[in-house]
Ligand binder design. Sequence first.
Ligand code: SF4
Length: 429
Amino acid sequence: MQITNIVCAFCGCVCDDIGVTVEEGRITQVKNACVLGKAWLMGHSAESDRPAALVEGKPASLEEAIDVAARVMVQARYPLLYGLSSTCCEAQRQAVALADLLGANIDCCTSVCHGPSGMAVQGVGEPTCTLGEVKNRADLLIYWGSNPAESHPRHFTRYAVTPKGLFTPAGRKGRTVVIVDVRPTSSTRAADIFLQIKPGKDFECLWALRALVRGVELDEDAVADTGLTLAQLQDLARRMKSCRFGVLFIGQGLTQSRGKQMNTSAVFMLVRDLYAHTKFAAIPMRGHGNVTGIDNVLSWQTGYPFGVNFSRGYPRFNPGEYTTVDLLARGEADAALIVASDPVANLPRVAADRLAQIPTIALDSHESETTRVAKVVFTTATAGIGAEGTIYRMDNVPLRLRAFLPSPYPSDEEVLRRIVTRVAELRTV
Ligand code: SF4
């Protein structure tokens, strides 16, 4: 059976033109996806024979596992919910409801990737646009601290660099592509201009660009420490002011280097300065398939995009205090529920070790470092393959995921909803 217009939920590009061939319950062919999307889809084609639930490493019924998980979370003094970037918005809503009910701390992978972008949005506002506008209008593209050729392989071809759009009929020939980074990457081959800045000097470069865009005269000494010459910065500022529609894509090289949220705030303020001259926008290059979704869901429901604490009965936001690495490294969280994420493999050692010491509950479609240390494990259907739902592309456009391969496992949403119900019952008792 051939199925068309599948949505790939692996990375923030969320390509919705994927075709698959399904034979005997397995995905045997994938069309249009990049190497990452293809591996993701093919890797989930054979649902394993893992039990739907494990408690202390032993197979358990779903009811029993839900009861144990609910008791762990109710008995904890400082429970933590984390992950949520590779599941659908419907499951994310249940996680927020659970955190609210428990008075828990809820955080997502944003806190270790684009948290600084979220903080800049809170402080400055987000001058953004959709990837459709990029395709149809943008004639200047700047990738800053990002290597999409490896992290988002179809970003160039589907949304930004090469496609022909309504007002960009010449496609690649009608666009100028600038890459700013601390070293050449596989993406720099696709650029018209590569600007190699010194590591940790992003803020200085952006602030110099702000000055130049606002007509402030700078001398060579003022930018001597950035790795760029004044002429290079003047040329970029001139191109930014004179383009018809420019977009700056914010990579993790910008959010995770010295300056962090000050760097992304500087980008947003630079874009605001450019409004005096032309149309410009900035879009964070979000990594996980639905990490934009959890930021949206948390923001609708609490006002904050990540690192939210409910312990006083209302949401509070304080990165560094309520973010997962900090809570675990300080030994504060005493139980954790992890959804569709593998923090034991990805977080700093001290935080990962804490997860192995406290009762941890993990929901995942496959075995991981985190499921190996978890007290309770739920095997769930993969959102976008075995479970339907809503997902947000990196430009905040929601798309619908279909369940095209029947799964014997419940969805993340179903497991979380049942834990919410059981927690409510236990708290009543
Ligand atoms: S670019 Fe991202 S969303 Fe598109 S096919 Fe590749 S992994 Fe999937």
